[in-house]
Ligand binder design. Structure first.
Ligand code: NAP
Ligand code: MG
Length: 409
């Protein structure tokens, strides 16, 4: 085997390790595809649940702080504890979702994009290019206050300012039992969301679409629309025109119809709930959750790359029993390549950028050669010759192609 001159790095990546099957894949990916080729520099944080428990979750906050300080992080999937996990891991507390903690620290927007290959056709025939969903990850129904109305009575919306002045509006005069909910969002967060979307569009040279329901929600959704418009006009219009990309606002219903009829190749910015629902729809229609990448971008240009899927628990339990697993590492590898490429761009290291490109090319070549994990073999076009492999053999197949690409410089 040829010994490679390792590609140097200057600033360390923030490496956030995780749980279960993805933790196993994490180590395999580093061993097989990164350490032999890159003189890897990372600041390592173990966000695996046992370490979060041991440090009372301090490790998550430290990792988020490192992400703010160093700028670029790569994260493995982590368990978000629920009641069952509290028992399974003997937790003293139901620790918060690490993704939530990191998102709050970065005030970021989550961009999710599918990895496309020719042999796996999207469910929507016309889609030729990826569609990236940009989800505002703050407020709305996720931070709402709600309760059931037991019976007759008046529901009001009341705001009291710092001087004690009140503004009061009747929501509904209930004549029977019902439900009530109060939602909010903040201009600062909406502005951060808008900046992240415009910058990402410029970064990836794609059109940006934004949709809300401002015809019905004349204050709430209208605020989102107006803030986007104002920020576009005053900060980004000139750059968009220079790059030949467009910003386009439309109603959410119209956006849904247009997205289905489109060829793809744009970013669709959505409010929190729309983004939650639409990103699941888009990823399913493109094929597989195991092929979805995700990056959290802060308004001041900090990045956190990860796979969109979870820790693949079912596969992990099989792995623990010594059974062979065929878990797809694509999205996790692309998290690494995305983070290393960004580090290369920021530190002006063209060799690192090129390595990231070649790593992705080697992954795609492996799939084009019909070598894939079991989740994909069921999705490819009939008649495509495929070889189903386990995770370790899949990584080996990528490595041999990567070595070829790196030798042919
Ligand atoms: P999941 O880990 O995404 O897995 C759901 C199912 O999707 C798997 O059982 C598997 O189907 C398939 N799948 C997902 N990724 C795959 C891959 N790379 N290769 C092959 N198949 C894949 O979701 P979950 O089971 O709901 O959640 C498990 C844990 O992950 C939970 O504790 C949750 O809190 C956590 N989670 C973390 C994140 C994050 O850190 N960003 C996100 C979501 C969930 P089959 O079993 O049918 O093969
Ligand atoms: Mg969802």
């Amino acid at each position: 085997m040829k010994a490679f001159t390792k590609i140097p790095m200057t600033t360390p990546l923030v490496e956030m390790d995780g749980d279960e099957m993805t933790r196993i894949l994490w180590a395999m990916i580093k061993e097989e595809l990164i350490l032999p080729f890159v003189d890897l520099k990372t600041e390592y944080y173990d966000l695996g649940l046992p370490e979060r428990e041991r440090t009372k979750d301090a490790v998550t906050h430290a990792a988020a702080e490192a992400n703010r300080r160093l700028g670029v992080a790569v994260k493995c999937a982590t368990i978000t504890p629920n009641k069952q996990r509290v028992e399974e891991y003997n937790l003293t507390e139901m620790w918060k979702s690490p993704n939530g903690t990191i998102r709050a620290a970065l005030d970021g927007t989550v961009f999710r994009a599918p990895i496309l290959i020719d042999s796996v056709k999207p469910q929507v025939r016309g889609w030729k290019k990826p569609i990236t969903v940009a989800r505002h990850a703050y407020g709305d129904v996720y931070k709402a206050t709600e309760f059931r109305i037991p019976g007759e009575g008046k529901a009001e919306l009341l705001f009291t300012d710092r001087d004690g002045n009140e503004r009061r509006e009747t929501i509904y005069d209930f004549e029977c039992p019902g439900v009530l909910q109060g939602q909010y969002n903040k201009d600062t967060s909406i502005r951060a969301f808008a900046h992240a979307c415009f910058r990402y569009a410029i970064d990836t040279k794609q059109d940006l679409w934004f949709s809300t329901k401002d015809t019905i929600s004349k204050q709430y959704d209208q605020t989102f629309k107006l803030i986007f418009e104002e920020i576009y006009e005053s900060n980004y219009k000139a750059t968009f025109e220079k790059l030949g990309i467009t910003y386009f606002y439309t109603l959410i219903d119209d956006a849904v119809a247009r997205v289905i009829r489109s060829e793809g190749g744009f970013i669709w910015a959505c409010k929190n709930y729309d983004g939650d629902v639409m990103s699941d729809m888009i990823s399913t229609a493109f094929g597989s959750l195991a092929m979805m990448t995700s990056v959290l971008v802060s308004p001041d240009g900090k990045f956190e790359y990860e796979a969109a899927h979870g820790t693949v628990t079912r596969h992990y339990y099989r792995y623990l029993k010594g059974e062979e697993t065929s878990t797809n590492p694509m999205a996790t590898i692309f998290a690494w390549s995305g983070a290393l490429r960004k580090r290369g761009e920021l530190d002006a290291l063209p060799a690192l950028v090129e390595y990231a490109d070649k790593l992705e090319a080697a992954c795609l070549q492996t799939l084009r050669d019909g070598i894939m994990t079991k989740d994909l073999t069921g999705l490819v076009d009939e008649g495509t010759p495929v070889t189903a492999v386990n995770s370790a053999d899949f990584l080996k197949a990528i490595r041999s192609r990567l070595e070829n690409l790196l030798i042919c410089e």
